[in-house]
Design a protein around this ligand. Structure first.
Ligand code: HPA
Ligand code: ZN
Length: 341
């Protein structure tokens, strides 16, 4: 996309990784209705416009209620494949060359969908997406924190035959009242399986939840983490230890974490040296994909090219890919800046 801001053009064009996107949150209204028809399901909305009109959230929970309701249209392996393909096609447009994609198996297994159909469908989508658009992608299995640790452990046991398809584990859903300390045994088990773990923390919840995610779960990245600024010693620790923050700017506005983008804490965190990355979270629900987030951030903060380079580089460094793969992506990023920057 051409704009009058050459820095914005470069940020949109640069290769980057997306590390915080929920595949169920990429379900656009048109695909939701298509899958509903295919599966003989009636959505409680007259049409796509009526569904889109319901995207008026005042907090995380108000979004989650709709997000889980819409996920009901996902029934078969083909549905999960088609959802993945639609996201990867859209990601490629924004020059996302690598994505680590959250999925919520409990949302589907609780409705009787076999976990093998969920993971098998996603893997088929990832393989086809790589062949068609060259986007590299892997899966992060997220546990729903509003459910019990026992439910999470049972889900992990169901997922064990498919571990080769899972790059790591995460924690999402309703944050307030569901602190990371609730899941210590579950995350210890995930780490025993040799996989990295991440956790949503400090989105709506307090900085203490970020400390728990690090200290009690061994989280290698913090998803959101934007409330860390309320605790300067915690920010100093995040900077010192290079803990990546997967920040989702449009999500935070749509869920009323901040009233306006100008109030978002990402600019201060970046200036402090925190390892900030930009991500879309649930792009179908929050007003846009990767480059929509970049445009909204740039309109508020007018970052220079060096700042965008830093965030893209952070996205590759923070990924769970092999070191040689990361180096190859960073070389691609350097080339984009050598020509344009
Ligand atoms: N926060 C917590 N859980 C989620 C989110 C989010 O933004 N999106 C999907 N599940
Ligand atoms: Zn999220």
């Amino acid at each position: 996309m051409t704009t009058h801001d050459p820095v914005l053009d470069l940020a949109c064009r640069m290769p980057k990784a997306e590390l915080h996107v929920h595949i169920e949150g990429t379900l656009e209204p048109d695909l939701a209705f298509k899958l509903a028809r295919r599966n003989g399901i009636t959505l409680p909305y007259a049409d796509e416009a009526a569904l889109a009109a319901a995207y008026d959230f005042d907090c995380l929970q108000s979004f989650l209620d709709l997000y889980y309701a819409c996920a009901d249209v996902l029934r078969t392996a083909d549905d999960f494949r088609d959802l993945m393909l639609a996201y990867l096609e859209r990601a490629a447009v924004d020059n996302v060359i690598h994505a680590e994609i959250f999925f919520d198996p409990q949302t589907h297994t609780a409705r009787g969908v076999p976990i093998g159909d969920v993971i098998g469908g996603f893997v088929a989508g990832i393989e086809a997406g790589r062949a068609r658009w060259g986007v590299d992608a892997s899966l992060i299995l997220c546990f729903l924190r509003h459910l019990s640790e026992e439910d999470g452990l049972a889900t992990l046991a169901e997922a064990e035959p498919y571990l080769e398809h899972i790059v790591g584990f995460g924690l999402d859903s309703s944050e307030k009242g569901h602190p990371p300390r609730k899941f210590q045994r579950l995350f210890a088990r995930c780490r025993e399986l040799g996989k990295p773990v991440v956790a949503h923390a400090g989105e709506e919840g307090p900085p203490e939840y970020i400390r728990e995610a690090l200290d009690l779960l061994g989280s290698q990245r913090i998803d959101h983490g934007v409330r860390s600024v309320e605790d300067p010693a915690l920010v100093a620790r995040l900077v010192r230890d290079g803990i990546p923050l997967t920040v989702c700017p449009l999500s935070n506005i749509r869920l009323c974490v901040f009233d306006k983008m100008e109030q978002h804490t990402l600019a201060d965190l970046l200036a402090d040296g925190a390892k900030v990355t930009i991500n879309s979270d649930d792009p179908a629900y929050f007003g846009g994909y990767m480059n929509d987030n970049i445009r909204a951030v740039q309109a508020a903060f007018h970052f220079n090219a060096a700042a965008w380079y830093r965030m893209a580089r952070n996205s590759f460094e923070a990924s769970f890919a092999e070191p040689a793969q990361k180096a190859a992506w960073i070389a691609q990023l350097d080339a984009a800046f050598a020509v344009d920057g």
